[in-house]
Design a protein around this ligand. Structure first.
Ligand SMILES: [Zn+2]
Length: 327
């Protein structure tokens, strides 16, 4: 009986770790990145973005909410680049069309499409600026911020995305949610000004490459730590609302964060600079439209209705997810 209970408990713990994992950078970090990106903008843009900073911050997490509703959403958040061989960046074409011709759309969707998703959103944001469409400028600004941030997470760029191939299940949320939530208030988010991106598609690939280069450290450091850290001190229990969650202990988190030597802080800071720069580039490419007249415009009633509907579906989806886990 006891063994059975232990097994059940272990299964539930793993499910909880997986459930937390499904969020991506973690809601806290996503919101922080979009929020801080506003302050990288030049004077012609910052007034408009500041007056909508609450929207841009809160809706930084919408793409993760959509994962529960829309089946097409999941591959937009990652790319398991090591699927494409030992030197994947030499093997995979930069442009979507060439990549489809070489590997088929099904394969690309199967292993994630984040660098192309960033470009799709950049076109849509540019178009929204050209049309002076406040709803869409805000929608695509908030959303592109999410995908750019996800591309900065090393484990969004590898097949072993949650340590499932190396007995490190849970490391995904550990890196991108637990540690920034514990220590992120002390990070330095100063990035300097947004810059114009000459070649957005290549920039998106550079971001992925930067992430992929860090994968080995992300995994091997945790493995080393796990081998030397007292196993009874690795996890702790924390209560959130009415739930008790099994989490990595603060001591273990601090030790891992120290080994990473500022990596998470750097990736967050780079994400902030890139989000601001992609916003700025879309605005310039749209002909630098005057945003002053749009500053005080609210989002439309129709947009509010759509967002409320999405939120309610997300809540239902989440409930389904929880029920499903308990079975
Ligand atoms: Zn995501």
């Amino acid at each position: 009986m006891k063994q059975h209970l232990n097994k059940l408990f272990l299964t539930l713990s793993i499910l909880l770790l997986f459930t937390v994992f499904a969020y991506g950078w973690g809601f806290w970090a996503h919101k922080k990145i979009n929020h801080q990106a506003v302050f990288t903008l030049p004077s012609a843009m910052i007034g408009f973005y500041k007056s909508h900073i609450t929207y841009l911050t809160n809706h930084a997490v919408d793409p993760d909410k959509r994962r529960y509703i829309n089946k097409k959403e999941a591959p937009r958040h990652y790319i398991s680049i090591d699927h494409y061989g030992k030197h994947p960046f030499d093997s995979i074409p930069v442009n979507w069309k060439d990549a489809v011709a070489k590997f088929t759309e099904d394969t690309l969707l199967g292993y994630g499409i984040v660098p192309w998703q960033i470009i799709t959103m950049e076109y849509q944001l540019t178009d929204a600026f050209k049309k002076h469409d406040v709803d869409k400028i805000l929608y695509f600004s908030a959303n592109i911020g999410h995908y750019i941030a996800d591309a900065h997470v090393p484990l969004h760029c590898a097949l072993n995305y949650n340590g499932q191939l190396t007995n490190q299940v849970g490391i995904h949320a550990f890196w991108e949610s637990r540690i920034p939530e514990l220590f992120g208030d002390d990070y330095n988010y100063f990035t300097g000004r947004a810059h114009y991106i000459e070649k957005p598609q290549l920039e998106a690939w550079q971001i992925v490459k930067g992430s992929f280069d860090a994968v080995d450290s992300v995994l091997s450091f945790e493995k080393q730590l796990n081998d030397k850290f007292p196993s009874d001190k690795k996890y702790a229990y924390e209560t959130k609302g009415r739930q008790t969650l099994k989490v990595y202990s603060k001591e273990y988190s601090k030790a891992y964060s120290d080994m990473l030597d500022g990596m998470i802080e750097r990736r967050m800071r780079e994400a902030i600079a890139e989000v601001g720069s992609f916003w700025y580039t879309a605005w310039v490419n749209a002909g630098s439209p005057d945003l002053k007249n749009m500053k005080d415009k609210e989002i439309s009633e129709e947009m509010k209705r759509q967002l409320a509907e999405q939120d309610s579906l997300f809540k239902q989806g989440k409930l389904w997810e929880k029920d499903h886990c308990v079975e």
